[in-house]
Design a protein around this ligand. Sequence first.
Ligand code: SF4
Length: 351
Amino acid sequence: MKYSRKKTREVNIGGVKIGGDNPIAIQSMCNTDTRNVEETVKQIKELENAGCEIIRVAVPDMQAAEAIKDIKRQIDIPLVADIHFDYRLALKAIDGGIDKIRINPGNIGSEDRVKQVADMAKKNGIPIRVGVNSGSLEKHLVEKYGGVTPEGLVESALGHVRLLEKYDFYDTVISIKASNVPFSVEVYELLSETVDYPLHVGITEAGTVWGGTVKSAVGIGAILSRGIGDTIRVSLTGNPVEEIYAAKEILKDMNLRKFGVEFVSCPTCGRTSIDLISIANEVESKVKNIDKNIKVAVMGCAVNGPGEAREADIGIAGGHGEGLIFRKGEIIRKVPENMLVDELMKEIEKL
Ligand code: SF4
C-alpha cells in the first residue's frame, strides 16, 4: 500500500528535488568540526556511501563558514549550512557555494538582516529551511497559548515563513522539531493543513542508536503515514551513518522507497536448532549494501520456514547441523550449517 501524499511545492536543493512527486529524501548531519575540512569530507563520503542524499553541517563561526567552499569542492551530495544568530555566516556560506541554508529567522536578528539573507539566497537559487524547535519557542507565543503548543509552534514557523514571503522568497522548507511523538504528529498535521511548502520531518533528541531508532521510526512513521513529509532526518546520539540506515529502513517499511535488499528473519522458537541469531545478524549486515531489489529470508526451521517466507526471493531455513536454501518457497539444496551464509550469499549474487 502507498500512502496518498500531500502535494507540496517542489524545492531544488543542489540538484536533489524535494516536494511534489519526488521521493522522500534522506538527510543527516555531520558531527565533525566543520572547520576540520578533511574529517568532515571523510564523514560526508561515508554517509553518502550509506545512502545519505542531503548533508548538513553546523556553521557556528566565520572559520566554519569559510570551510564550506573547500568541503563543497570535495563532495557529491548537496550541502546545507546550519546557522544561528549571525546572518553574516549565511551570506558567507552562500558565497562558498552552499546548496541550502537552515536558519531560525527569529534568531538571525532584524528584518533587514533576514532580507539580506533572503535576497542573496534568491539570487543564487538556494532554498532556506525555517527550522523551529519546541525548546526555543518565542516567549510571546508561549504566553499566548499558555505553554508550548502545536498552535504556538505553527504560528512561530508561519511568522518566519511570512517574513521570507514579504521579501518575495518562496523556496522555503519547514521543520518543527519536538522530542515527544504524539505532540510531533499533532504539530505536523496542523502544519501540513496550513501550508503547502515541503516539510522536513524528524523527532529531535530522539536518543541513542537503539532507543532513538525506535522513537524515530514510530514518530516519523506516524507522520509519513498521514501523507506528510518530503525529507526526513533521523536524529541519533551516535555515528550518523546509523541515521541513514534507520531512515532507509523507515522508508522501506512504509513502502515509500525501495533500497536494495529487504531482509526478514523469524523470531526463533522451540523448533530452532541452529544458531539462527548469529546467522541472521551476519546475513543482515552482508546484504545491507547490496543494490538489488530482492527479499532475503533467514528462517529457523525447515518445517515452517520456507512456507512462512514464501514471498522471499531467496532464503535459508535451519535444520540440525545443516540448513536448506530455498527460492520462492521451493527448496533448492541442503548445506552444512557452517557454510549456510556463504552459500546463501553466492545464490544472492546469481540473482
Ligand atoms: S520459522 Fe520455524 S523456527 Fe522460526 S519461528 Fe517459525 S516455526 Fe519457529
